[in-house]
Structures are given as C-alpha cells and as structure tokens.
Write a protein that binds this ligand. Structure first.
Ligand code: G3I
Length: 453
C-alpha cells in the first residue's frame, strides 16, 4: 500500500502478547482522499494501476509523460517474451526488457513480468522442438529469465494462455502441452525456485465470464494447484473486451470465485473497444468489480494511447492519440476515488523468539477486511538462522476459517496453530514465506506468534 501523510492515520495499539514476545503490534489504516492520477487513486485501497509499455516508445515525451504521471505498475508489452529474451538457445538478450524495467524502477514503479512460458511468441529454435528437449529448454528459459530479474518483479505471468477456447474446457494443443500435462506446474516450480519473492500468476484471456468452459477449466486447475501445493499466487484475467466479447454481467463473480481459491486476482491487459459514454461505463464496471473484490490487487491497461494499442482501430484505451484524457479515463479515476479505501488493510506484527531455532522467527499478518469477511496473509520470516520448520499460533475470536493455503491448520476458529507444509518448511535466514486463509467475520486480533523449529 502506498501511504502518504495526506491520506494516512497511524494508530499505535498497546501490545497484548505473552512474555515470549519481543516485538509490538501496530495497525495501519488507510483512509481515502480524492486523487488526481490513476496510480494514486488505486493506491488508496492498496491497489496498483498499470500499463503495458513498449521500449521503442520510451523516447516519445508525450508517452513517457503520461506513463510517469499516471501509472505505478508496468508490463513489457513484448520485450520479456520468449522470442525477445532468448532469440538463440541459451543466448539471452535483455536490452529492451531492461530499458523498460529500469525506466519503471527509476520512477518508483513496480513491474509485472510477461511472460515466461507461452505457446506463442516462441523463438524459431523452440518452435521446432518437442518432448524432453523442449521441456528442458522451457524450464531453462523460465529459470534463466526469472533468475536474471530476481527481486525486481512484483508478479510473473509464469504461463500464458494454456487453455483452449470453446466449449471443451481443456488445454490448448501446443508443443509445450505435448510435453505432458504437468508442464504448467513444472514451470511454476522452476519460477518459484528462481525468484522466490515474486508472485506467480497464471494469465489468460476469455476467462472473464464465469459460465464459460474455459473459465471453469482454469478455475479447476488453480484449485488443483492450491490443493497440491503447486506454487501459484495469482490469476491474471487479460480482459480484452469488444462487442464480440463484452464485459460479462458476472465479471465480479468470476474475480471473487478465483480469489476465494486463495490467490490474488489481477486484471492484466485491460482494453475495451468503443468510445464515449458507453466505453466509459464499461471501464467503470470493470474498475468497480475489482474494487469490490478484496484480493483483486490491481488493474493494468494494455497500452497508454489509443494509437499505442494492438487494436488501435477500436480506440480501446484511456487516452486518445494526442495523449488527452478520454471519458473512459475520468470514469476509471472517479470509480477508483469513489471506491475509497475499499477493503480495510491492516498489518499486525508480532515477534516471538521461542526457538529451538536460535534465530527465532517473526510472523506478521496483513488483513483485508470487508463487511462480513476477511483474507489474512501471514508472512513468516526467519531470524538470524535458517528455519527447518515453523508454526504460527493465531487467535480467531471473531470469525471462522473457510479456506486456507500453504499451511496445515489445527482448527477453524479460536486458537489455531498453523504449521509449514513440505515445500515451505525451509526458509533461509532473514527470508520469508507466506501462507494465508480466508473466513467469515472480521478476523480482527489474530496476534500471530511464530515458533521456529
Ligand atoms: O517490432 C516489429 C517490427 O520491427 C516489424 O516491422 C513488424 C512487422 O510485423 O513487427 C513488429 O513486431 C510486432 C510487435 O507486436 C511489435 O509491434 C509483431 O509482429 C507483433 O506480432 C507483435 O504483436 C504483439 C502480440 O502480443 C504478439 O503476440 C502485440 O504488440 C502485443 O500487444 C500482444 O500482446 C498480447 C499479450 O502478450 C498476451 N495477450 C494478448 C495480447 C494481445 O494480443
């Protein structure tokens, strides 16, 4: 969350934790003020507002002026794709991607990485590969690129567009799919190992309508991944809309249902063809849908001006060709401001050092609350020595857990003990892992206490 002196009140709380506790508790609550840029308006509720950027436009001062003023998240439109970053096998090329990443980070913006593995935009050498050689080449690509950008990427689109359109609800046929159905989870595991701090997303289009077979198929995959501990943190809905593919009436339901699986949801490539008030209303609906879903963490539009769009003739973006704000821009800004703080985000930190690990561990909880529900994300950080296992005690005095991820749990209300699962037991000194849960009620007063083992 972006906190400014204008918009934030800090309310220190008295720590009510046991003698083993070395730290204190703090609740940070954001309140809303009208903001004048998309990024600042989205930040009022802890969300981001991003855009796709093309490296060859960074010299255009109108383009860069809008970019720097309005957006706080950046996606390379083409420059991080497989054909751009590995044009010859095992020869990596990051020049244009670096220009975008460095420009963004120098301006204090975050970056979404797009995309590590995809059936499209493969370099020529990869298009002709199959079987084990292709699987290994794909995994090497994921590992190399994610390692190169390790620590600089907010979220990776690890796998892009792997599901088929139409009523079948299955995987898309591709050379990668023919290496075996587990290619997607293999890519996610490689990405986690290479860049453990980044959120890992599955990204696709035509997954906006909850009733579509493709949406259901992606949902089942994410559900399966969460149940088996495959490291996935987010689902990207590209959300390219036009008259053939309008904003569905159940769009918010789709966002919420994915979020209920225990993943963040991101709108990753938004554009809506049209003009005037109709286009503005559609943009408003999409923005409001995101704001209504606690784990919809941000929106990215797929370009800045209409003339920058891959669908330029459909004028689908928020700025016209001269860089002027369109009605759609104003409707998004107003919706973000009217949305106010959205879900209240509170962060409570409690530190314990009750070993046996000499370095102890810290647990902090970030809580997204709305009327009648909450999502808690708990961060477990190793102290001065590595963790071989950990447990976290929480108190849920007002609410019941309805779902959880990345930890075992002892119950659903009252005193609950959470413990590591196999893949997140080992945490190097000073580093962190996360687990989470959602529930009914407020989730207030969890007071997490970490025990190292
Ligand atoms: O840069 C070359 C130029 O030198 C050359 O003269 C010209 C000739 O065709 O091609 C230019 O490259 C094009 C590139 O865009 C840059 O404009 C490619 O041909 C063209 O294929 C490429 O299209 C991109 C497309 O992905 C490729 O799949 C679009 O810009 C980009 O907006 C689009 O983005 C995708 C997302 O990655 C995934 N989701 C859908 C979305 C829209 O298709």
């Amino acid at each position: 969350m972006k906190l400014t002196s204008r918009s934030v009140s800090l309310i220190p709380l008295v720590a009510t934790v046991s003698a083993a506790v070395l730290g204190a508790s703090l609740i940070v609550t954001a309140t809303a003020n009208a903001a004048t840029t998309l990024g600042a308006a989205a930040a009022q509720s802890g969300r981001y507002f991003g855009t796709a950027v093309a490296a060859n436009k960074l010299g255009d001062s109108t383009y860069t002026g809008i970019l720097n003023r309005e957006f706080d998240m950046v996606t390379a439109e083409n420059e991080m794709k497989m054909d751009a970053t590995e044009p010859n096998q095992n020869q990596f090329s990051y020049g244009n991607a670096d220009r975008i990443v460095n420009q963004a980070r120098n301006q204090g913006k975050r970056v979404r990485g797009h995309a590590l593995a995809w059936h499209s935009q493969q370099p020529g050498w990869m298009q002709n590969m199959s079987g084990t050689a292709l699987r290994n080449a794909m995994l090497n690509h994921v590992t190399q690129v994610a390692t190169y950008y390790r620590g600089k990427i907010y979220a990776w689109d690890v796998v892009n567009e792997a599901f088929a359109d139409g009523s079948g609800g299955g995987r898309r046929d591709s050379n990668l799919q023919r290496t075996g159905n587990d290619w997607i989870e293999a890519a996610f595991r490689a990405a986690r190992a290479a860049d453990p701090g980044a959120k890992l997303c599955y990204n696709d289009y035509n997954t906006d309508d909850w009733s579509h077979a493709k949406t259901q198929a992606v949902y089942r995959m994410v559900q399966d991944f969460k149940s088996r501990g495959v490291p996935i943190d987010c689902v990207g809905l590209q959300s390219h809309f036009n008259s053939n593919s309008p904003v569905p009436s159940n769009y918010q339901t789709t966002l919420q249902n994915f979020a209920n699986l225990g993943v963040d949801v991101q709108i990753t490539e938004l554009d809506i063809e049209g003009s005037g008030s109709t286009q503005a209303q559609n943009y408003q609906r999409v923005t409001q849908a995101c704001l209504a879903v606690a784990r919809c963490t941000g929106i990215t539009v797929w370009g800045i001006r209409d003339t920058d769009s891959w669908r330029a003739s459909g004028t689908p973006l928020l700025f016209d060709g001269s860089g002027a704000k369109k009605a759609a821009y104003n409707s998004v800004l107003d919706a973000l401001n009217a949305g106010g703080p959205g879900p209240t985000t509170t962060t409570t930190t409690t530190t314990t050092s009750n070993g046996p690990g000499p370095g102890g561990c810290t647990a902090s909880v970030s809580l997204n609350q709305w009327n009648g529900g909450f999502v808690a994300t708990v961060k477990v950080t190793a102290g001065s020595s590595a963790l071989r296992g950990w447990s976290v005690a929480t108190t849920l005095s007002n609410g019941t857990v309805t779902g959880s991820w990345s930890a075992n749990r002892s119950g659903t209300s009252g005193a609950i003990t959470w413990s590591n699962v196999d893949y997140n037991a080992n945490v190097p000194a000073g580093q962190s892992t996360e687990f989470g849960f959602q529930g009914n009620g407020s989730g207030a007063g969890l007071n997490p206490a970490c025990t190292a083992s």
